[in-house]
Ligand binder design. Sequence first.
Ligand SMILES: Nc1ccn([C@@H]2O[C@H](COP(=O)(O)OP(=O)(O)OP(=O)(O)O)[C@@H](O)[C@H]2O)c(=O)n1
Ligand SMILES: C[C@](O)(CO)[C@H](O)COP(=O)(O)O
Length: 232
Amino acid sequence: MQEYAIIVAGGSGSRMKSDIPKQFLEVNGLPILFYTLRAFRHYSEELHIILVLPAGQFPLWQELCTKHQLNIDYQLIAGGETRFHSVRNGLHAIKGQDGIVAVHDGVRPVISSDIISSGFKKAAQSGTAVTSVDLKDSIRIVNKDNTNTAQDRSIFRLIQTPQTFRLDWMREAFSAPYQPQFTDCASVLEAAGYHIHLIDGSYENIKVTTPEDLQWAGIYLGADQIGVKNKV
Ligand SMILES: Nc1ccn([C@@H]2O[C@H](COP(=O)(O)OP(=O)(O)OP(=O)(O)O)[C@@H](O)[C@H]2O)c(=O)n1
Ligand SMILES: C[C@](O)(CO)[C@H](O)COP(=O)(O)O
């Protein structure tokens, strides 16, 4: 079965508060997005990779590819208004009938081949595979009257990407109108009635969102000895 990866990097990065789009910020001398693309290409030479970027960022991206000599085969597609729309644009670029699609945040550069592979295997068996980890902190719910109450954290999981699905199920789910609660692909597939299967992610698989995340990305991507498998 053909495997596809949609790497979404069409956001504005408002929480990073940087002049340069966060997916282009350098970590250990290379743009974040390079590590993500290389991790997926490292997983498989056969993988059809679709990169989704805001159309206005295409020229800057091309400059960076030339500067850093990025030599990876992928298809470039324009992003949309929200993550949901960017994923949908990526899906429209897929012409085949059958396949398995992994959707991954461009700003999660510390992703291993093992996790990518588990997602494709689980989705090929069961249709859905969503990466997740246990919570390590205690959590409390803030009530309407501004009091707060402890929660049982064992019933929660933190959701990461890749999120991997059957292509036909994704197409059906993403034909629905956008809803604000669609913060990831799993919520879209769930709304379409599909059961979401969780697989293990990793604590290193951080989403670079706010400035301090850059330091952790630098440590993980530069580390030899702390179990990170996708160092480039
Ligand atoms: N219209 C959008 C919005 C988000 N994304 C992508 O979805 C991923 C997760 O989103 P997030 O970390 O929130 O990125 P931004 O939307 O860029 O950041 P912020 O919310 O701080 O503005 C990122 O790789 C981002 O580029 C996208 O492809 N298209
Ligand atoms: C898709 C995601 O990374 C899963 O944790 C997350 O939902 C993205 O949220 P964001 O607010 O768009 O960063």
